[in-house]
Design a protein around this ligand. Structure first.
Ligand code: GLN
Length: 497
């Protein structure tokens, strides 16, 4: 077998049954990275020697577990004691973490082989990886296009089979949007489901780690392993994790009374003039699949959806402005080598010059926006209002979930855009998140599943469909999504590289 042309679970089984050794599998992925990473720029830092050492330990039986020998890539904002954790920022270019993120540690405790760090928008701020200090990553389906963001290195690597599975982080859509436009599964779990310990903070009340994989079964297995209370993260939820969360083919628990599966649809997501025809077609086909399986379609109302983007860009920037204060060249981060000009305050100069050199322009824009929204006199007008709006958005979903089991909608309005097309227009870039941010604001779970293709410039460009579920209801959400994946099996398509 070719260990790079399979799924995480099939590879795991092949290694367990000694059809292929962990070292062979790891080498096969490392070779593919060598061949393709120059063109894709998917990995920011590789952990080659470490990965091979871990793989050999699996082959000798020293390391065991449910992921024994499976090569996995992690986003550059997840701390690992090996290599550097740069958040794809010049600010943290040389940062070596003294600890490993809990989510990553839980994968390693099950025998995973971590291959390296994937490129991202600097500090996870963006939708294209064009904000990385280490260059843009490319979409394997069309190298002139972005792989989405901010987890774009993760999705570029996964779509090109440079890892068997990968982790991303999602603050406003950064797992689901890039997964959708590279033909992958991407799950943003409920806020608090997976520990954020060791995830470099962007907006702490919104950030979540989640899997990017080819299949829902792979995503469910990783989620099962990563979920659960972590004493190191006080915001991780003490909610029991079902032992069969990974079993996406299991029965779906339906509302009392043995009712039908109820799929919610909301007009706010279905404006045909805003959505690319391929997105509309994918949504319609997904809806048809559910109807054909006997699901009941329920129209739900999410009236505050239109405030999602402004609300998100106040809450996220406010939290970022505070979280990123620690990068001042003293506590953390890049320190300027420039001497203090005569008469200037040395510490002030050191801090401001270090920040001026270390951060890219989008990060600076967000720090300024967030500082403004929190400043006295504007706090009530912006930050407080955004928090109230956030409550209303969450309430919309609470009401909707009284009527349905999951909401079906697009993940993005269109397929991948060309590199450079939106780079100079922050608002156009922010609009990418229109169908994903409200999930983060409400703290609930959302998953993007491959939905089909758009044809542009003679290329096939993936689009996704999204299912949104209630808080801590990932088991049902993944099973509902699986009903669609099982019919379509769109994940089997691979880009020609
Ligand atoms: N694209 C959004 C932003 O720029 C979301 C990023 C994310 O989820 N990390 O903030």
């Amino acid at each position: 077998m070719d260990p790079t042309q399979t799924t995480l679970i099939d590879l795991r089984n092949a290694i367990a049954s000694k059809q292929v050794s962990a070292e062979e599998a790891t080498r096969a992925y490392l070779d593919r990275i060598d061949t393709h990473n120059d063109a894709l720029n998917a990995f920011r830092d590789r952990m080659t020697d470490y990965a091979l050492k871990r793989a050999r330990a699996v082959d000798t039986g020293e390391v065991t577990g449910r992921l024994a020998g499976v090569p996995i890539a992690i986003k550059d904002c997840m701390c690992h004691t090996e290599g550097t954790t740069a958040c794809s920022s010049k600010m943290l270019e040389h940062y070596r973490s003294p600890f490993t993120a809990t989510a990553v540690q839980r994968l390693e405790d099950e025998g995973a082989v971590i291959l390296g760090k994937t490129n991202m928008d600097e500090f996870a701020m963006g939708s294209s990886t064009e904000n990385s200090a280490f260059g843009v990553s490319r979409n394997p389906w069309d190298l002139d296009r972005v792989p989405g963001g901010s987890s774009g290195g993760t999705t570029s690597a996964m779509a090109a089979d440079l890892a068997a599975a990968a982790l991303g982080s999602d603050t406003g859509g950064s797992i689901r949007q890039p997964a959708a436009i590279t033909g992958l599964v991407g799950l943003k779990p409920t806020y608090g489901r997976i520990s954020r310990w060791g995830l470099v903070a962007f907006a702490s009340s919104l950030d979540q780690i989640g899997p990017v994989t080819h299949t829902l079964a792979d995503a469910a297995l990783l989620t099962q392993i990563m979920c659960g209370k972590d004493p190191l993260d006080s915001t991780s939820a003490d909610v029991p994790v079902e032992s069969d969360l990974h079993d996406v083919d299991g029965e779906i628990d339906l509302a009392p009374g043995g009712g039908k599966l109820r799929i919610g649809i909301a007009s706010q997501y279905l404006d045909e003039s805003a959505n690319h025809p391929a997105v509309t077609a994918a949504f319609n086909e997904a809806l048809a699949v559910y109807k054909q399986q006997g699901a009941e379609v329920v129209e739900v109302d999410l009236p505050h959806t239109e405030y999602g983007i402004p609300c998100y860009y106040i809450v996220a920037t406010a939290e970022a402005s505070s979280n990123l204060a620690r990068y001042d060249g003293v506590h953390y981060g890049h320190r300027t080598g420039e001497p203090t000009p005569n008469g200037a305050n040395a510490i002030q100069h050191l801090m401001s010059q270090s920040r001026a050199e270390g951060f890219g322009s989008e990060v600076k824009r967000r720090i300024m926006l967030g500082t403004y929204a929190l400043s006295s006199g504007y706090y009530d007008a912006y930050y407080n209002r955004a928090l109230k709006t956030r409550r209303l958005i969450a309430r919309d979903f609470d009401t909707a979930f009284e009527q349905c089991d999951a909401i079906l909608c697009p993940t993005t309005t269109g397929p991948a855009f060309k590199i450079g097309d939106k780079a100079d227009d922050p608002l156009a870039m922010y609009m990418n998140d229109i169908y994903t941010v409200t999930t983060n604001l409400a703290g609930i779970a959302g998953v993007s599943v491959p939905g089909g293709f758009a044809e542009e410039d003679g290329k096939r460009l993936p689009v996704g469909v999204q299912l949104i579920g209630k808080a801590f209801d990932e088991k049902r959400l993944l099973r509902i999504a699986r009903r669609y994946e099982r019919e379509t099996e769109l994940w089997k398509h691979r880009p020609a590289l």
